[in-house]
Ligand binder design. Structure first.
Ligand code: 5RP
Length: 214
């Protein structure tokens, strides 16, 4: 079964979690691209916040009401894709370079639901880990991180330089703490399991709702 079929199945299942009156965070990427029409089709009275210009544009084109994240201090639900999903539900995100905005929205949501095709399930988290870096003092930040490559993509909408950490990710929790402690690192793509409320994986045309391995 194609990955797109699985992405669509997961996205459509997640769209059913949305109820009238909710403020909903919309992630970024090809799986979220299947989520947006599934939400629009339900014709609910909801307010949305987007994690990227691409998502905002696509959502508005489908008639969804998208508000600025600057004025929304909490959300009922956020739904987003992921690049890696470990059995304990630690995630890696940021393949689309939107990890900073995605993490802010996920953290502000009462429920953060991850949608993905089955290829995103991994036995353990591995590098590369996406990074957003402050342009100021970039050379010093890169030197401190050590194992890092700059990504050949435009800066983030917030002016951040997009890079990938390429060292060891054997202990994701420790790595997340360390990356957050490096001056100049705006955000990294490791999302802790404590942030994740549900993982919906497409399996063929059906979905699996995963519970976390403790
Ligand atoms: C963007 C992300 C995406 O959610 C992640 O890369 C998954 O993308 P896709 O749904 O296209 O596989 O983190 O920054």
């Amino acid at each position: 079964m194609s990955q797109d079929t699985e992405k669509k199945a997961a996205a459509e299942a997640a769209a059913l979690l949305i109820e009238d009156g909710m403020i909903v965070g919309l992630g970024t990427g090809s799986t979220v691209a299947f989520l947006l029409p599934a939400i629009a089709k339900r014709k609910l009275d909801i307010r949305c916040v987007a994690t990227s210009a691409a998502t905002e544009e696509a959502a508005r084109a489908l008639g969804l009401a998208v508000e600025s994240a600057d004025e929304v201090d909490r959300l009922d639900l956020a739904i987003d894709g992921a690049d890696q999903i470990a059995p304990d539900h630690w995630l890696v995100k940021g393949g689309g370079a939107a990890q900073t905005r995605e993490k802010i929205i996920a953290a502000a949501a009462d429920r953060f639901v991850v949608i993905a095709d089955s290829s995103k399930l991994v036995a353990e988290i591995a590098t590369p880990i996406p990074l957003e870096l402050l342009p100021f003092g970039l050379a010093a930040t890169l030197k401190r991180i050590g194992h890092v490559t700059l990504r050949d993509v435009p800066r983030s909408p917030d002016g951040g330089v997009i890079a990938d950490y390429t060292g060891s990710a054997a202990d994701p929790e420790r790595l997340a703490v360390w990356l957050s402690s490096v001056p100049g690192v705006v955000e990294h793509g490791i999302f802790p399991a404590s942030m994740v409320h549900e993982v919906i994986i497409g399996r063929g045309k059906t979905v699996e709702r995963l519970t976390r391995a403790l």
